[in-house]
Write a protein that binds this ligand. Sequence first.
Ligand SMILES: Nc1ncnc2c1ncn2[C@@H]1O[C@H](COP(=O)(O)OP(=O)(O)OP(=O)(O)O)[C@@H](O)[C@H]1O
Ligand SMILES: Nc1nc2c(ncn2[C@@H]2O[C@H](COP(=O)(O)O)[C@@H](O)[C@H]2O)c(=O)[nH]1
Length: 416
Amino acid sequence: MGEAPAVLVDHPENGHSNGVCVKSEPENTEITVDVGDRIFLIGGNHERNNFSIGVQIYDKISNNWFSPIVLGTGPKPSKGYSAFVLEQGRILVIKKGSPRNDSIWFLEVDSPYVREQKKLLRKEVVAWSKGVRGNAEKPIVISGPSGVGKGTLISMLMKEFPSMFGFSVSHTTRSPRSMEMDGVHYYFADKKVMEKEIKDGKFLEFASVHGNLYGTSIESVEAVTDSGKVYKKAFGLITDAFCVFDLLNNEFCFCPTQRCILDIDVQGARSVRASSLDAIFIFVCPPSMKELEDRLRARGTETEEQIQKRLRNAEAEIKEGISSGIFGLILYNDNLEECYKKLKNLLGLDGLAHVNGVEIEGINLPIEYTVSKMEDKIIIQETGKETRNKIVLDISSLNGGAPGRTRGILVDAIKF
Ligand SMILES: Nc1ncnc2c1ncn2[C@@H]1O[C@H](COP(=O)(O)OP(=O)(O)OP(=O)(O)O)[C@@H](O)[C@H]1O
Ligand SMILES: Nc1nc2c(ncn2[C@@H]2O[C@H](COP(=O)(O)O)[C@@H](O)[C@H]2O)c(=O)[nH]1
């Protein structure tokens, strides 16, 4: 039997009307949050490692503590936390004294995605995602039969908009083709190792495709969402970047954008659709089966037996792609240039790339502040200064999704 933790509920500053505000003492390195039959202990001495804070769960019914599987990279340990229980089984965690790219986090404890993972893994699961300022654009899932031209279209997008898109590098158990590089085209994985990693909850989705195992690891999606930072550091000079005005610091800052693209089969798209990853789903169709066969042969990467297998699977994939309702957008790849133009048009990129900018920018908190909740707004108010800053997080505006994703949040910054 474990000892029930003391839960700090209802922060005195809180003018909330729904949801519970829980506040840690200023220098407390852990926080407890009460959600239904459970109490979540975030941080404290239960750190997963030096880089990410831990999560423990206290079950009020069995009076027991246990450790859940934690999906996604969580926040680094902090001096203190505030937390709010949001709708849809999420906890908003605000970190004290953190840099702007590490200040606002969401812990999913009972969202549809987490519930699905619990069923799959038969274990208690929670998932982290990071809050960023602005409109974190939805990731793009592209599916279609083998040889239809998905990879070709994605390459064209990445070439034309190098800093806007990041490709989620999948894992596969198939052998590399002659020009394919490990870590670039795929992570070429050992089947047993990949199966173990799937069991450990490291994959957002996986499927057996044409006789091999393929999957999108959470880390691969995270690598894309974090790549803006790497890009900024590595090149110093930023091209294709977007400019936003930071009201708190009275300065313009440049934000390279990274929108994640997943090239996955229809089964994988179905799994992603069932998850809470809020994506755009595009299905690419060939003009005819004959043309698909010609493209597969012309590519020259498969044996005759493999080509036949892929063509057999293509018929069912196309049927499902068109009629299952998974895909919101269907593209016919007959003439490549026309199809690419259509794709850019669907993504709002035709000649207006700079207007489609995404503000992937962290949220800069004052050093000393109080936090309160008013309906669907979180108000962070600076204390101890003559001119005070107030930050208003609009939690009704959340978009993007966990795990390993940023969640876009509209932020108003007011000086008074
Ligand atoms: N519209 C098009 N017209 C003619 N050839 C095309 C067209 N689009 C792509 N191709 C060619 O078809 C072949 C298959 O394209 P690609 O490799 O992009 O397919 P894919 O859908 O990514 O396949 P897989 O799912 O097997 O990875 C390539 O040789 C590519 O150059
Ligand atoms: N469900 C997933 N499907 C994936 C993933 N990565 C690739 N794919 C699909 O596999 C086929 C075959 O690819 P190939 O490179 O062997 O020609 C193709 O339809 C891809 O879309 C993944 O991570 N998950």
